[in-house]
Write a protein that binds this ligand. Structure first.
Ligand code: XCC
Ligand code: SF4
Length: 631
């Protein structure tokens, strides 16, 4: 049994970062820490959300003297508009990623670069979409499913099809409150329209549209992204992996895949297994090819191939500073433009692949579905040929590395619960054993820990502290995104981490044979958490708001995170944030997101930048829900 001593502590992670920082200085390279220094203190108006530049009469800033912009918009209108624009951008990003994946599905061929890997899921989805399947070639079905999916973005009438997966009480509420999500692009465009000069100045109306736009992401874009990715590359199953910088190999050609859209990284991973390329690597004196993942791309390829996870968001520069990365291939989102100049300080080839994420100084190879495999092979050849260009004087591979168990989509969770009681009730299975464990108090509740790192706080520290405290209090954790990768780096994402649990949680983990933190995937896969919570509510017979289950984003930073927080709250799940949203300049908007939405959707944000205070609020929140249920 592993113990506390086997973990990697935040201090140990920071030691490595400090050593790599020395390397950066020696190489004349700048890192984010340098830029944080020159960017702080941040602009107060931006921080408070009360700078408007939505028209060229401005920019207008709200001060004690100037209580209104030139058009008369006040702090509430401006902060509310800025906030809604953030949600729209986050929704657009997740959803456009999903749209790309639908195009990949549309390009599938039996002998093509991309194929259908999960036929059963495709057929289930076809049924849900009303696509005929009988007597049809699976690829014809796939193409029509892709077309129906693409219509979810722009259909002029109707609502998101997947929203029907939500329990009835939620759907009725969305209907009643006028926030049932319509076409995804419609919600994004409406948000931009509402926030144009001369439109909505009413903060509550802006917040409501934020809820609806978020819902079009959670029960629309993100859920489509998850489903279609499973169909294309397989629904994840439980696998072993490893994480942290120690997964880089001194004697191998190291290729890092980074970003979010797995269409590119899947090809790279598949191509690396080809014998011809392995042989080529050996011919240049390497022992083989080592592909590792970063950010959400890491989660995607770890769940489907066991590919090791080299780090999370704020480690992207550290990875290059090791001096052993032959190539970094990126797709979209969360990619520092700074990587181009940083790579130039080493032999690393920095390859961008998407017209959506063009970065000066990178090698741009526009990835196309028709030529994907050939492009991936060529890139890997280039990486192999780059192996000889390493500068031995610049090499430092930290030892930090932890084993991890990944790959718990809802299907796997149900499968494990089924093993306990054989309670299988329908095609989708049952969460009843989990419900019973929570009712009995063996488990006090469950928490989804998600999101990024953020240099506004001590990186990874909040994740770590919150996770340890929740486990100790018999609260099961599901994790995605960069939060899941902190769990990986720390050594909490494996069966042995049971030492960190309270007695109840440990018993459940033993019985169900699961680790205490379940890796559910990338950020788009928070849609899986929606389905999980929804399934539990269904099997319990209560609305989601009644459940002792909450979401927490201790170190969030992206616009996507704000969109996510909005769909989670709209789905009846309280959200705890460790970073303040940029809207403090409006007491009304602050009040709306922390209190007001509770009156609309029955859930809201609790914001606390102190991790100890935040985790206490989470536990108190869970216990209050239990008390209200009488358990
Ligand atoms: Fe990006 Fe998804 Fe955040 Fe990590 S967690 S920094 S969004 S990679 Ni989504
Ligand atoms: Fe100023 Fe109004 Fe224009 Fe915003 S929309 S920049 S507040 S005049």
């Amino acid at each position: 049994m592993k113990t506390l001593e086997n973990m990697t502590t935040i201090e140990q992670m920071e030691e490595v970062t400090a050593k790599l920082k020395e390397r950066a200085v020696a190489a004349g390279a700048e890192t984010y820490e340098d830029r944080v220094k020159v960017q702080t203190p941040h602009c107060k108006f931006g921080e408070d959300g009360i700078c408007c530049k939505n028209c060229s009469m401005g920019p207008c800033r709200i001060t004690a003297k100037a209580k209104r912009g030139i058009c008369g918009a006040d702090a509430d209108a401006i902060a509310g508009r800025n906030y809604l624009r953030t949600i729209a951008a986050g929704t657009a990003s997740h959803s456009d990623h999903a749209r790309e994946i639908l195009h990949v599905l549309h390009s599938t061929k039996r002998d093509g670069n991309y194929q259908v890997r999960d036929e059963a899921k495709l057929l289930r989805l076809a049924k849900e979409y009303g696509v005929k399947t009988e007597g049809r070639d699976i690829y014809d079905v796939a193409h029509e499913v892709a077309e129906v999916g693409l219509m979810e973005f722009g259909k002029p009438w109707g609502h998101q099809v997947f929203a029907k997966r939500a329990i009835k009480s939620r759907q009725d509420l969305w209907e009643k409150e006028g926030i049932y999500p319509r076409a995804i692009d419609r919600e994004i465009a409406t948000s931009l329209h509402m926030t144009h000069m001369g439109n909505t100045a009413d903060a509550e109306a802006l917040i409501r549209q934020g809820l609806r736009t978020g819902l079009s992401n959670g029960w629309g874009g993100s859920m489509i992204g998850t489903e279609i990715t499973d169909i294309l590359f397989g629904t994840p199953i439980v696998r072993k992996s490893e994480g942290d910088l120690g997964t880089l190999e001194k004697d191998m050609v190291n290729i890092v895949v980074h970003g979010h859209d797995p269409a590119f990284s899947e090809m790279v991973v598949t191509a690396c297994e080809l014998k011809e390329l392995q042989d080529r690597a050996k011919s240049v004196g390497a022992k083989g090819i080592n592909v590792v993942g970063l950010c959400c791309t890491a989660n995607e390829v770890a769940m489907r191939h066991g590919v090791r996870m080299v780090g999370n968001f704020l480690q992207q520069e550290n990875v290059l500073l090791t001096g052993v990365v032959e190539m970094m291939c990126v797709d979209v989102q969360c990619i520092f433009p700074a990587l181009a100049s940083l790579a130039a300080c080493f032999h690393t080839q920095f390859v961008t692949s998407s017209p959506i994420a063009r970065i000066p100084g990178s090698i741009y190879v526009e990835f196309k579905t028709e030529t994907a495999m050939d492009q991936a092979k060529q890139l890997i050849k280039n990486a192999i040929d780059n192996f000889k260009n390493r500068d031995p004087g610049k090499i430092y591979i930290p030892a930090n590395k932890q084993p991890a168990v990944v790959g718990y989509p809802c299907e796997e969770i149900i499968h494990h619960l089924d093993g306990v009681t054989n309670s299988h009730v329908d095609e989708l299975g049952s969460y009843r054993p989990a419900v019973d464990a929570i009712k009995a108090g063996v488990l006090r509740g469950a928490v989804g820990i998600v999101g990024c790192n953020n240099p506004r706080v001590r990186p990874d520290y909040s994740h770590f502290e919150i996770m340890k405290e929740l486990l100790r209090n018999d609260i099961l954790i599901v994790a995605t995104g960069c939060a899941a990768q902190l769990a990986t780096k720390a050594g909490l994402l494996n069966f042995e981490a049971k030492w960190a649990c309270g007695d109840g949680l440990r018993r459940v983990c033993d019985l169900v044979n699961i680790p205490p933190i379940l890796h559910m995937g990338a950020c788009v896969d928070i849609s899986r958490i929606l389905l999980l919570v929804n399934g539990i509510a269904r099997d319990w017979g209560v609305d989601t708001t009644a459940l002792p289950i909450v979401g927490v984003a201790p170190e969030w930073m992206s616009e996507k995170a704000v969109s996510i927080a909005n769909y989670v709250v709209s789905s009846g799940i309280d959200v705890y944030l460790g970073i303040e949203p940029q809207l403090k300049g409006s007491a009304q908007v602050w009040d709306l997101i922390t209190q007001g939405t509770r009156k609309i959707v029955g859930a809201g944000f609790t914001i606390n930048t102190d991790p100890k205070g935040l985790v206490k609020a989470i536990i108190d929140g869970i216990e209050a829900k239990r008390a209200a249920l009488g358990i």
